[in-house]
Every structure is written in C-alpha cells, then in structure tokens.
Design a protein around this ligand. Structure first.
Ligand SMILES: [Zn+2]
Length: 165
C-alpha cells in the first residue's frame, strides 16, 4: 500500500478496528518514510459486477475506484471516510440487487448522486457536474483532482439553476 504523500511502500499499522458493523477492518497506517498517516479498509470481495462504459467497453467493477471517486468529490467536506464507505456499501447493495451483472456507468453515476445529494450539497454538485460530462470514473478522478477552489466555486454557481435545492 503506497503512501498517498510520498509513494513509499514501507509503512506500519498503528491502529486496527472493526468498521461498518463488522463488515470491514479499518487500519490506520503510518508511512515509514514521511510519517504521513492514512487509512486502509479490508473487506470481503463482492460478486463480480461489470461496468458497461459509454464507449461500449466493459470492465470489472472496482469498489476501490468508486470509493476513491466519492472521496475526491468529498474533499474538505465534513464527511468521514467511514461515512463514505457506508455509502459505497449501500450503493453496492443496490447494484448487486440488479438482475443484470452488467451495469452501465451512467446508471452507477446516478445512484452515487442519489446518495450524495442528501448528504452534502457541494460534494454532490462536484460529482454531478463532472460525472455527467465524463461518464467514466477514471477520467472523473483526474478532472476533480485538478479542480481548484476557484473553479469549484464557478462550477457551483453555474449549476445552481439546474439543481433547485
Ligand atoms: Zn510517505
């Protein structure tokens, strides 16, 4: 597991505890090089789901990717990583209850937005404004990472009329 700050692989676990009602184990780790602390989660692998992308390609659903996208949308918002993981579980429950094992990327995006909307307006708008354009979680991550605070503000004001709440 690479350090999010310096990319080093050397780290030690400083705290381990149950998370999400015992469905996951949460570990606090400390980087052996720069001492940055970060959190990892261990959970049972879900049944294989496939994402049908806009361009017609299919790829295996990746829980980590989805969780990371939501985490990025929630940057500097008052939402804990545990809350995000609980949300990802609910989204996953929803997806695994679908009859099809192939689910369109845009449908996943809609489900994420449904969950984000009541939780945090800014995170929702970030996700919605980027995801609606790109329909791809990978591309989405790149774009959100590049968003400056100023751009976020303008994105917010641009979208205010579209989202009347
Ligand atoms: Zn480090």
């Amino acid at each position: 597991m690479r350090c999010p700050e310096c990319d080093a692989t050397e780290n030690r676990v400083v705290d381990t505890r149950d998370s999400r009602g015992g469905h996951a184990v949460r570990r606090r780790r400390e980087c052996g090089v720069c001492s940055t602390r970060f959190t990892t989660y261990e959970h049972i692998e879900e049944r294989n789901l496939y994402v049908l992308k806009q361009d017609g390609r299919t790829e295996e659903f990746d829980r980590t990717k989805l969780s990371r996208s939501i985490t990025i949308a929630c940057t500097k918002r008052p939402i804990t990583q545990d809350e995000i993981e609980v949300m990802v579980d609910l989204i996953l429950d929803n997806l695994t209850n679908q009859l099809e094992s192939e689910i369109s990327a845009s449908y996943i995006g809609e489900i994420v937005m449904e969950h984000l909307a009541p939780l945090d307006r800014v995170a929702y708008i970030r996700f919605a404004s980027v995801y609606r354009n790109f329909q791809d979680i990978g591309e989405f991550q790149e774009v959100v990472r590049d968003l400056s605070t100023e751009e976020e503000r303008s994105v917010q004001s641009q979208n205010q009329e579209e989202f009347p709440f």
